[in-house]
Write a protein that binds this ligand. Sequence first.
Ligand code: 6GU
Length: 230
Amino acid sequence: MRIDIITSVPKLLESPFSHSILQRAQDKGLVEVVVHDLRQYAINKHGQIDDYAYGVGAGMVLMIEPVYKCLMRLQSEREYDEVIYMTPDGDSFEQKTANQLSLKKNIIILCGHYKGVDERIRQHFVTREISIGNYVLSGGELAAAVIADAVIRLIPGVLSDETSALTDSFQDGLVAPPVYSRPADFKGMKVPDILLSGNDAKIEDWRFQQALDRTKEKRPDLYKKYTGEE
Ligand code: 6GU
Protein backbone atom coordinates (compact mmCIF):
# COMPACT_ATOMS: atom_id res chain seq x y z
CA MET A 1 0.00 0.00 0.00
CA ARG A 2 1.10 3.54 -0.70
CA ILE A 3 -0.22 6.60 1.15
CA ASP A 4 0.56 10.06 -0.24
CA ILE A 5 -0.20 12.94 2.11
CA ILE A 6 -0.46 16.48 0.74
CA THR A 7 0.06 19.22 3.31
CA SER A 8 1.15 22.81 3.78
CA VAL A 9 2.87 21.82 7.05
CA PRO A 10 4.97 18.72 6.22
CA LYS A 11 6.93 19.02 9.47
CA LEU A 12 3.82 18.09 11.42
CA LEU A 13 3.92 14.67 9.75
CA GLU A 14 7.60 13.84 10.16
CA SER A 15 7.48 12.21 13.54
CA PRO A 16 4.34 10.04 13.54
CA PHE A 17 5.68 7.77 10.80
CA SER A 18 9.26 7.60 12.07
CA HIS A 19 8.77 5.38 15.11
CA SER A 20 7.54 2.07 16.39
CA ILE A 21 4.97 0.11 14.39
CA LEU A 22 4.52 2.63 11.60
CA GLN A 23 8.27 2.90 10.97
CA ARG A 24 8.64 -0.89 11.07
CA ALA A 25 5.79 -1.33 8.59
CA GLN A 26 7.68 0.90 6.14
CA ASP A 27 11.01 -0.84 6.81
CA LYS A 28 9.36 -4.16 5.99
CA GLY A 29 8.10 -2.68 2.72
CA LEU A 30 4.45 -3.24 3.68
CA VAL A 31 3.52 0.40 3.25
CA GLU A 32 5.06 3.49 1.74
CA VAL A 33 4.13 6.86 3.24
CA VAL A 34 5.15 9.90 1.21
CA VAL A 35 4.52 13.43 2.49
CA HIS A 36 4.27 16.20 -0.10
CA ASP A 37 4.90 19.85 0.71
CA LEU A 38 2.20 21.87 -1.02
CA ARG A 39 4.57 24.83 -1.14
CA GLN A 40 6.59 23.02 -3.79
CA TYR A 41 3.59 23.51 -6.05
CA ALA A 42 3.17 27.20 -5.22
CA ILE A 43 1.89 29.56 -7.92
CA ASN A 44 4.75 32.06 -7.62
CA LYS A 45 8.26 32.55 -6.32
CA HIS A 46 6.94 33.78 -3.00
CA GLY A 47 5.70 30.28 -2.33
CA GLN A 48 2.07 31.35 -2.27
CA ILE A 49 -0.45 28.53 -1.75
CA ASP A 50 -3.33 30.35 -0.07
CA ASP A 51 -5.38 33.44 -0.81
CA TYR A 52 -8.35 35.40 0.46
CA ALA A 53 -11.78 33.84 0.10
CA TYR A 54 -14.00 35.53 -2.50
CA GLY A 55 -16.83 37.45 -0.91
CA VAL A 56 -15.47 37.11 2.63
CA GLY A 57 -13.34 39.56 4.52
CA ALA A 58 -11.14 37.27 6.56
CA GLY A 59 -9.85 33.74 6.23
CA MET A 60 -7.36 32.20 3.87
CA VAL A 61 -8.20 29.38 1.50
CA LEU A 62 -5.85 26.81 0.01
CA MET A 63 -5.76 27.75 -3.66
CA ILE A 64 -6.93 25.40 -6.37
CA GLU A 65 -3.80 25.57 -8.50
CA PRO A 66 -1.12 24.21 -6.15
CA VAL A 67 -3.40 21.38 -5.03
CA TYR A 68 -4.34 20.61 -8.63
CA LYS A 69 -0.70 20.54 -9.74
CA CYS A 70 0.26 18.21 -6.92
CA LEU A 71 -2.69 15.87 -7.60
CA MET A 72 -1.92 15.75 -11.34
CA ARG A 73 1.70 14.97 -10.68
CA LEU A 74 0.80 12.05 -8.41
CA GLN A 75 -1.99 10.73 -10.62
CA SER A 76 0.32 10.76 -13.62
CA GLU A 77 2.63 8.42 -11.74
CA ARG A 78 0.11 5.79 -10.56
CA GLU A 79 -3.59 5.05 -10.17
CA TYR A 80 -5.18 6.09 -6.90
CA ASP A 81 -8.18 4.34 -5.33
CA GLU A 82 -9.16 7.34 -3.22
CA VAL A 83 -8.45 11.04 -2.83
CA ILE A 84 -9.41 11.76 0.77
CA TYR A 85 -9.92 15.28 2.07
CA MET A 86 -9.52 15.77 5.81
CA THR A 87 -12.21 18.15 7.08
CA PRO A 88 -14.30 18.55 10.24
CA ASP A 89 -17.46 18.37 8.10
CA GLY A 90 -16.48 15.01 6.55
CA ASP A 91 -17.89 11.53 7.26
CA SER A 92 -16.93 10.35 10.72
CA PHE A 93 -13.97 8.00 10.83
CA GLU A 94 -14.81 4.57 12.28
CA GLN A 95 -13.06 1.22 12.50
CA LYS A 96 -15.16 0.21 9.49
CA THR A 97 -13.60 3.06 7.48
CA ALA A 98 -10.11 1.92 8.49
CA ASN A 99 -10.94 -1.65 7.45
CA GLN A 100 -12.14 -0.45 4.03
CA LEU A 101 -9.12 1.77 3.42
CA SER A 102 -6.67 -0.95 4.47
CA LEU A 103 -7.77 -2.93 1.39
CA LYS A 104 -6.81 -0.14 -1.05
CA LYS A 105 -3.59 -0.02 -3.00
CA ASN A 106 -2.85 3.69 -3.33
CA ILE A 107 -4.52 6.56 -1.53
CA ILE A 108 -4.00 10.31 -1.40
CA ILE A 109 -4.83 12.25 1.75
CA LEU A 110 -5.21 16.01 1.36
CA CYS A 111 -4.95 17.98 4.60
CA GLY A 112 -7.13 21.04 4.93
CA HIS A 113 -5.79 24.16 6.60
CA TYR A 114 -6.92 27.71 7.23
CA LYS A 115 -10.55 28.07 6.11
CA GLY A 116 -10.26 24.98 3.94
CA VAL A 117 -9.51 24.26 0.32
CA ASP A 118 -11.07 25.82 -2.78
CA GLU A 119 -14.43 24.09 -3.16
CA ARG A 120 -13.66 23.06 -6.75
CA ILE A 121 -11.04 20.62 -5.45
CA ARG A 122 -13.68 18.97 -3.28
CA GLN A 123 -16.20 18.86 -6.12
CA HIS A 124 -13.98 17.53 -8.86
CA PHE A 125 -11.07 15.62 -7.35
CA VAL A 126 -11.91 14.41 -3.86
CA THR A 127 -13.57 10.97 -3.60
CA ARG A 128 -14.12 10.87 0.14
CA GLU A 129 -14.19 13.38 3.00
CA ILE A 130 -13.28 12.31 6.51
CA SER A 131 -13.52 13.88 9.97
CA ILE A 132 -12.07 12.26 13.09
CA GLY A 133 -14.58 13.74 15.52
CA ASN A 134 -16.79 16.63 16.51
CA TYR A 135 -14.17 19.22 17.37
CA VAL A 136 -12.07 21.52 15.25
CA LEU A 137 -8.34 21.02 14.76
CA SER A 138 -6.10 23.73 13.35
CA GLY A 139 -5.38 21.56 10.33
CA GLY A 140 -5.96 18.12 8.87
CA GLU A 141 -2.42 16.86 9.50
CA LEU A 142 -2.93 15.26 12.91
CA ALA A 143 -6.19 13.78 11.68
CA ALA A 144 -4.38 12.36 8.63
CA ALA A 145 -1.83 10.75 10.94
CA VAL A 146 -4.67 9.19 12.95
CA ILE A 147 -6.20 7.72 9.81
CA ALA A 148 -2.91 6.44 8.45
CA ASP A 149 -2.07 4.81 11.80
CA ALA A 150 -5.44 3.06 12.05
CA VAL A 151 -5.13 1.84 8.45
CA ILE A 152 -1.48 0.77 8.42
CA ARG A 153 -1.76 -1.45 11.51
CA LEU A 154 -4.44 -3.46 9.69
CA ILE A 155 -2.20 -4.35 6.76
CA PRO A 156 -1.32 -8.06 6.96
CA GLY A 157 2.17 -8.54 8.39
CA VAL A 158 2.37 -5.17 10.16
CA LEU A 159 1.38 -6.59 13.54
CA SER A 160 2.66 -9.87 14.93
CA ASP A 161 0.21 -12.70 15.69
CA GLU A 162 0.18 -11.78 19.37
CA THR A 163 -0.76 -8.19 18.73
CA SER A 164 -3.01 -9.07 15.80
CA ALA A 165 -5.59 -6.46 14.88
CA LEU A 166 -8.17 -9.26 14.94
CA THR A 167 -8.19 -9.05 18.74
CA ASP A 168 -8.61 -5.27 18.87
CA SER A 169 -11.32 -3.49 20.71
CA PHE A 170 -14.10 -2.73 18.20
CA GLN A 171 -12.97 -5.28 15.64
CA ASP A 172 -15.48 -7.83 17.00
CA GLY A 173 -17.87 -5.13 18.25
CA LEU A 174 -16.78 -5.37 21.90
CA VAL A 175 -14.20 -3.43 23.88
CA ALA A 176 -11.10 -5.37 24.95
CA PRO A 177 -10.98 -7.24 28.28
CA PRO A 178 -8.56 -6.08 31.02
CA VAL A 179 -4.92 -7.19 30.78
CA TYR A 180 -2.24 -7.73 33.44
CA SER A 181 1.47 -8.41 33.55
CA ARG A 182 4.02 -9.32 36.23
CA PRO A 183 4.14 -9.20 39.18
CA ALA A 184 1.02 -11.20 40.13
CA ASP A 185 0.87 -9.32 43.41
CA PHE A 186 2.00 -5.67 43.57
CA LYS A 187 1.64 -4.21 47.06
CA GLY A 188 -1.44 -6.33 47.62
CA MET A 189 -3.03 -5.41 44.26
CA LYS A 190 -3.56 -8.83 42.75
CA VAL A 191 -3.98 -10.25 39.26
CA PRO A 192 -7.23 -12.30 39.03
CA ASP A 193 -6.53 -15.96 39.99
CA ILE A 194 -8.09 -17.30 36.82
CA LEU A 195 -5.31 -15.76 34.71
CA LEU A 196 -2.69 -17.68 36.72
CA SER A 197 -4.58 -21.00 36.49
CA GLY A 198 -3.12 -22.19 33.21
CA ASN A 199 -6.59 -23.30 32.08
CA ASP A 200 -6.72 -21.77 28.61
CA ALA A 201 -10.38 -22.59 27.91
CA LYS A 202 -11.52 -21.08 31.21
CA ILE A 203 -9.33 -18.02 30.64
CA GLU A 204 -10.86 -17.55 27.20
CA ASP A 205 -14.37 -17.72 28.71
CA TRP A 206 -13.39 -15.26 31.42
CA ARG A 207 -11.93 -12.81 28.90
CA PHE A 208 -15.04 -12.96 26.76
CA GLN A 209 -17.31 -12.37 29.78
CA GLN A 210 -15.14 -9.45 30.87
CA ALA A 211 -15.33 -7.96 27.39
CA LEU A 212 -19.12 -8.27 27.45
CA ASP A 213 -19.42 -6.73 30.94
CA ARG A 214 -17.08 -3.87 30.06
CA THR A 215 -18.85 -3.11 26.84
CA LYS A 216 -22.21 -3.04 28.65
CA GLU A 217 -20.81 -0.67 31.26
CA LYS A 218 -18.60 1.63 29.17
CA ARG A 219 -20.19 1.50 25.73
CA PRO A 220 -23.88 0.65 26.01
CA ASP A 221 -24.27 1.73 22.37
CA LEU A 222 -21.88 -1.00 21.19
CA TYR A 223 -23.42 -3.50 23.59
CA LYS A 224 -26.89 -3.03 22.14
CA LYS A 225 -25.54 -3.51 18.65
CA TYR A 226 -23.66 -6.64 19.69
CA THR A 227 -26.52 -8.36 21.46
CA GLY A 228 -29.08 -7.19 18.91
CA GLU A 229 -31.14 -5.58 21.69
CA GLU A 230 -33.61 -2.82 20.79
CL1 6GU B 1 -10.13 15.95 9.48
N1 6GU B 1 -9.69 18.43 10.25
C1 6GU B 1 -9.81 19.45 11.10
N2 6GU B 1 -9.23 20.61 10.79
N3 6GU B 1 -10.47 19.37 12.25
C2 6GU B 1 -11.02 18.19 12.53
C3 6GU B 1 -10.95 17.08 11.69
C4 6GU B 1 -10.26 17.25 10.53
N4 6GU B 1 -11.61 16.07 12.25
C5 6GU B 1 -12.06 16.53 13.39
N5 6GU B 1 -11.75 17.81 13.57
